[in-house]
Write a protein that binds this ligand. Structure first.
Ligand code: HEM
Length: 427
């Protein structure tokens, strides 16, 4: 599972021999409906059917080069020749990363901004602090006989933890409002309708609130550091690029609760005090859980990939979901097997739930360390600090709903809560 050599494909310069072919194009005028109906498996299933790793389709009236696999990952994450600018529909961009954010930068400007993120969210001491705050927030209000929905409970605990950690002083009412808005930003990113417009409007109001909190910020909190190092508008956008995705981890925590229910031997193992495999368990949840189906980019020069020309200006979609389930790299990919011992620190181009490439030099997510730490902490608390049952409910996952989730959010009825401290709280 090593990374491909980025020089083995790419722009046409150099001594190339034969004129490369183009990728196969799906028959038919437009494939948007087919894409919406199939959801996450669309690119992978089509590739399997055609026996290729890439094809052209027409999605939302635009030709898209749909690609999967480590070589495609290296194309979007391993070299120059692509940009994220213009690659996502405006509403998706505005709800998620937004204009002016690190994701919209390339080259030296990107490296400088990314270094700031790495300092703030990949510092083990800061991640430990965030995890401890999350544990306290998670245990709040849990009593025997109460019933919670893991997704909602995790969202609130993550919001409380990350806002305090970032340096924001919020009232109880603000926390409830903040949880709602931060969750909706990623929850609504796959839809368009009145709900999306309302969320965009709420996001703008939140940015104004963050800008005003930044005026008085001092010290070493992420709020103060961003306020010192970036212009006010950009600082608020980037703070949201920490707050929103931390709350999005609640979805992975719900998928982890579903996996614990479906594979109880892991819960028993962790409960017996053997928590060496919690990180492996969480990595397998990240591999199998459908979250962002694809990463998108625009080719800024003519590219050659697997012998095919991709013209300058083309829209590229990298299948994150299908690459994580490619049987060539993950034997029996539908099986949930923490024994695969996946590890984000390898930063390879096959296991890519949060992007590929080297984090400091590409658009790979800087939040994987925090994601693993918070998921591991939630799994430890579910297994070792409480006993619970699942009332009858639907925990199925609709793969044509983006982003996906276990339908019920995973409701649990708590029978016993332990207030003892548990050893180790980070990945
Ligand atoms: C639910 C967990 C998460 C998922 C599924 C996720 C997914 C992703 C993906 C797929 C990308 C690549 C986007 C691209 O290639 O254009 C990305 C980038 C990014 N993520 Fe995450 N992420 C998560 C958690 C986090 C966390 C916890 C943080 C911060 C604390 C974070 C901050 C960012 C930032 C700033 C970028 C842009 C990086 C760049 O453009 O260089 N993410 N994320």
């Amino acid at each position: 599972m090593t990374r491909q050599d980025p020089e083995s494909f790419g722009s046409r310069g150099g001594a190339s021999a034969a004129i490369p072919a183009s990728l196969p194009r799906l028959p038919g005028l437009d494939h948007t409906l087919r894409f919406l109906n199939s959801g996450y498996p669309f690119i992978g299933q089509t590739c399997d059917r055609l026996g290729v790793d890439g094809f052209r389709a027409r999605l939302m009236l635009r030709e898209a080069f749909c690609l999967r696999g480590p070589e495609a990952a290296a194309l979007l994450y391993g070299r120059s020749g692509t940009t994220r600018v213009g690659a996502m529909p405006t509403t998706v961009l505005r709800l998620l990363q937004d204009k002016g954010s690190v994701q919209q930068l390339e080259g030296e400007a990107h490296r400088r901004r990314k270094a700031l993120f790495i300092r703030l969210v990949m510092d083990p001491a800061r991640v430990d602090d965030l995890t401890r705050r999350f544990e306290q927030a998670w245990m709040r209000g849990l009593t025997p006989d109460c019933e919670i929905t893991v997704l909602d409970h995790a969202n609130t605990a993550l919001t409380r933890a990350v806002c305090g950690w970032a340096g924001l002083d919020l009232s109880e009412r603000d926390i409830a409002r903040m949880t709602r808005i931060l969750f909706r930003m990623s929850d609504r990113s796959g839809h368009f309708g009145p709900g999306t417009v309302a969320t965009l409007w709420q996001r703008r109001a939140l940015e104004r609130q963050l800008r005003s909190a930044m005026r008085d910020a001092t010290g070493d909190t992420p709020l103060a550091v961003l306020a010192r190092e970036l212009p006010p508008g950009t600082a608020a956008v980037e703070l949201l690029n920490i707050l929103r995705p931390v709350v999005a981890i609640g979805r992975y925590i719900a998928f982890a609760a579903k996996a614990l229910h479906e594979h109880p031997m892991w819960c028993e193992l962790f409960r017996s005090g053997n928590d060496d495999y919690i990180a492996d368990f969480c990595e397998e949840v990240r591999r199998t859980a459908p979250f962002f189906p694809a990463a998108a980019a625009i080719a800024t020069e003519e590219l050659v990939w697997q012998g095919a020309i991709i013209p300058k200006g083309s829209w590229l979609l990298l299948d994150l979901f299908g690459t994580n389930r490619d049987a060539r790299h993950f034997p029996m990919p539908e099986r949930f097997r923490p024994e695969r011992m996946l590890d984000w620190t390898a930063q390879d181009d096959c296991f890519i739930p949060q992007g590929a490439g080297k984090v400091e030099r590409s658009h790979r997510c800087p939040g994987e360390m925090a994601t693993l730490a918070l998921m591991s902490s939630a799994v430890r608390m579910l297994c070792c600090r409480m006993e619970y049952t699942l009332p009858p409910q639907d925990i199925g996952v609709a793969l044509n709903r983006v982003p996906a989730r276990p339908a019920s959010g995973v409701r649990i009825r708590i029978q016993r809560v332990s207030r003892e401290t548990i050893p180790g709280n980070s990945a």
